[in-house]
Design a protein around this ligand. Structure first.
Ligand code: ACO
Length: 495
């Protein structure tokens, strides 16, 4: 734990993610039922887009409450004291205030500890803000500014679309990541590769609405174009660093985690990476059956169905082995926006123990419309002792499937009404939310009121069937104390 060892001299080693926590809403809508409700052809959302369930929030949850919940849970489960945090960076595109950051709201959790010496603030660019927050935090730990404490990266978003073809690609959730040296998930040095560009594919110019303006087809083209650019640059850097000169291909990583707007696009992305590998070395014997495509240019092929079909078939096995396991949360919750790629990393980890993960390498692709994108790789720690960060991380994330199963399914009409209410009450002040708090997971922060000055108050649901009555105060006091506590969350503290 860097905070207890004091400042280190020299370059910290193995900087990366040392703990992860994911939060998703307790209610979901089934995509097959949504197809029927929306009156579109059976299979479009489930087979065509690859989505099974979609999580959503009532008016009781907002970007603040999601972030508060995930940070509180991470600190309780990993027994992290508020005084051990020296930096907090939030990535979000769910803007409820044009000035006041989500990070400042999170400082409520640190108030009782007296620790106000916490750098960092929010980053916004569609689904990419969390990656910028992560890079900033890793850079801080590796810099002369580092004071020996952890950084905390928080990604939090509610993804909702107006009625129409995009609505089924919504979702919601939050991920918190503790950043430090000697980490469980170490970021490879010298391979980060980015592509940034100006585009109007998805943006939120109307601050009176939660909904984006979306050009669906353009957003897919932007995503695939950014993937090509990042992968070409990543291939060159990875080849020159950890592969010592041989060309990086899909065979050189054990897992590939993508930002997931919907799972079918991720499957097409794996095919796209294979197409890149093929175009870079078309004469390899394993590509004999793909020679018809060697003259096709990447930029002419975003919607080329022949290319897509051939390379989806050729990459099917790779997809099943290296990417499908990372799509659990994407398939079951939907697009979480900034948390998406990190929720997918959690999904990749959940099937593993420290012993099965150690030494493995995963490649991550982060994309935010508008646009900003990066690809980088991580390696899982070689330290797998029972109290190692990797052992704690795998133990903590092992119950994700059960947590998903414990959610409540609601009828699409309930989902539709919830979104209508959010739409009608967005930015209303004063406002008292009406959503049922009894359906929330125990330990979830929820919105109790917005006063006539737009100031928001939150409380914590303590579960059961009765209305929650606790205030935020006990959880904050407990976080400030050194005594291990339980918080109503069904999972054991310090799992
Ligand atoms: N059974 C099986 N498949 C079907 C069926 C059916 N009954 N009906 C349609 N499909 C298939 C289509 O053939 C298509 O497959 P393809 O993509 O392989 O060609 C797929 O389902 C989707 O159908 P479309 O008609 O292309 O869908 P539409 O254009 O109505 O909407 C879109 C899809 C554009 C993704 C929309 O949901 C959207 O705008 N989403 C938000 C934007 C987004 O997520 N962009 C991605 C990157 S940006 C970001 O992360 C926000």
């Amino acid at each position: 734990m860097p905070g207890t060892k004091g400042c280190r001299i020299g370059w910290p080693e193995d900087v990366g993610i040392t703990a992860m926590e994911v939060y998703f809403p307790s209610q979901y809508v089934d995509q097959t039922e949504l197809e029927q409700f929306d009156g579109i052809s059976a299979g479009k959302y489930t087979i065509g887009l690859g989505q099974e369930k979609m999580g959503f929030c009532s008016d009781r949850e907002d970007v603040h409450s999601l972030a508060l919940t995930v940070v509180k849970n991470l600190m309780l489960h990993y027994d992290v004291k508020p005084t051990e945090i020296g930096r907090i960076e939030v990535g979000t595109e769910t803007i409820i205030d044009k000035s006041k950051s989500v990070k400042t709201v999170l400082m409520q959790l640190f108030q009782d500890s007296g620790n106000t010496d916490v750098e960092g603030i929010d980053t916004t660019n569609a689904c990419y803000g969390g990656t910028n927050a992560l890079f900033n935090s890793v850079n801080w730990v590796e810099s002369s500014s580092w004071d020996g404490r952890y950084a905390l990266v928080v990604c939090s978003d509610i993804a909702v679309y107006a009625t129409g073809p995009a609505r089924c690609t919504g979702g919601a959730g939050a991920v918190a990541m503790l950043i430090g040296p000697d980490a469980a998930v170490v970021l490879d040095r010298g391979v980060r590769s980015s592509h940034m560009e100006h585009s109007y594919d998805f943006y939120k110019p109307n601050l009176d609405s939660e909904y984006p303006v979306v050009d669906g087809k353009l957003s897919i083209q932007c995503y695939l174009g950014a993937l090509d650019k990042c992968y070409q640059r990543f291939k060159a850097k990875a080849s020159a660093t950890f592969l010592e000169g041989s060309t990086f291909t899909l065979a050189d990583a054990d897992g590939f985690c993508f930002h997931s707007p919907y799972c079918k696009l991720v499957q097409k992305s794996v095919a796209r990476l294979l197409f890149n590998d093929f175009l870079a070395q078309p004469d390899k014997p394993e590509y004999d059956h793909l020679q018809a495509f060697r003259e096709i240019k990447l930029e002419d092929s975003y919607f080329n169905k022949d290319v897509e079909k051939a390379f989806m078939t050729a990459s099917q096995k790779l997809f099943e082995q290296k990417t499908r396991p990372a799509l659990l949360l994407a398939n079951q919750v939907g697009n979480m926006y900034t948390p998406s790629v990190y929720a997918n990393l959690c999904s990749y980890i959940t099937g593993h123990t420290a012993a099965t993960l150690t030494g493995k390498r995963a490649v991550l692709f982060s994309f935010g419309s508008g646009l900003a994108s990066s690809m980088y790789s991580v390696k899982f720690s070689s330290n797998i002792s029972p109290d190692s960060p990797l052992a704690k991380l795998t133990a903590s994330l092992s119950d994700l499937p059960q947590r998903l199963e414990s959610r409540q399914k609601v009828d699409p009409s309930v989902f539709s009404e919830a979104l209508k209410l959010r739409e009608e009450t967005h930015h209303l002040a004063p406002y008292t939310p009406v959503g049922d708090t009894a359906v929330l997971f125990p330990g979830t922060f929820y919105l109790t009121s917005i006063d006539d000055k737009y100031r928001r108050e939150y409380a914590i649901a303590n579960g059961g069937s009765q209305l929650a009555t606790t205030s935020t105060e006990p959880a904050m006091k407990k976080l400030a104390s050194d005594t291990p506590i339980t918080n109503g969350d069904p999972r054991p503290v310090n799992a």
